[in-house]
Design a binder for this molecule. Sequence first.
Ligand SMILES: *Cc1c(COP(=O)(O)O)cnc(C)c1O
Length: 346
Amino acid sequence: MKTLKELTRPNIWALKPYSSARDEYNGAAASVFLDANENPYNLPHNRYPDPLQRDLKAELTRIKQVKAENIFLGNGSDEAIDLVFRAFCEPGVDNVVAIDPTYGMYKVCADVNNVEYRKVLLDDAFQFTADALLAATDEHTKLIFLCSPNNPTGNDLLRSEIEKTLAAFSGLVIIDEAYNDFSSAPSFLQQLDKYPNLVVFQTFSKAWGCAAIRLGMAFASAEIISIFNKIKYPYNVNQLTQQQALSMLQRYDEIEGWVKELIAERGRLMDAFSTLTCVKEIFPSDANFFLARVTDASAIYNYLVAKGIIVRNRSSISLCGNCLRVTVGTPAENKTLLEALQVYGN
Ligand SMILES: *Cc1c(COP(=O)(O)O)cnc(C)c1O
């Protein structure tokens, strides 16, 4: 790995961050807060939230088995994705490499930040090789994006190839684990000490059932996390979100129950799909959705829309011709979908 200084944009490395009132005084002992121009009325919404979300991170350390200094929390994973570009990629100079197909936000953030986005096509089993990814890199490649389980293909990427990439690449390797809760593969979280160039993304939007509160997590070395903290908006995670996430952490058993139920339902739904005449192929899934190749994706998509059932048409994506991406819903929702497709025929 290059040094973090070599990987970081020079202006970011030199940046002196905004120092908020709550950065300069964050002790609890005081009772009179006249430092932040807040309104003294309308408790509890009148105070700025903790810029570093300490209570929430303290709870997460237990569940994730990582130290608070290795955790960044942001306004969805979207914020973390944008931050890695702004921290490490010099616009018009640096580039990033990603598997293709994968989650669309990486390319959007690359385009917003004027950073070249290099795609490496997956094989027919939606797998990659470290050698092919590394062959696409050059001295200006700062980041490699891997998504496992991958969206929209649904499968885990090969662990041996991920490890080979981490060991061989001189820049940062981002592993987006938004769907890891639904997979039997272990998370890469426990590998942070082994690979200083590893950044893991997770989110409250999927297994946690909290897409509405916008809370994403990034895990990395303390040095990388401190760069994120330096350039993030000062109060990037609002108080309502922090409180809701804390209350979800008290309901962890329930979340585990949802995950178990969704995995079982995924199996039932995929089995039923394999008997439908309009379905040609179902791809294996380690996520809470699966990809299915159908006879005519656009026709079936429109047919379902007319019945008020929305799936995702992924036909225009590499390797996904005539593919629909189906999220696993409640048993009743899945039944509605299946009955509609049975009526559709072929
Ligand atoms: C859904 C999803 C996310 C979550 O994004 P948030 O901004 O946290 O809601 C991240 N990565 C992938 C690949 C996803 O599919």
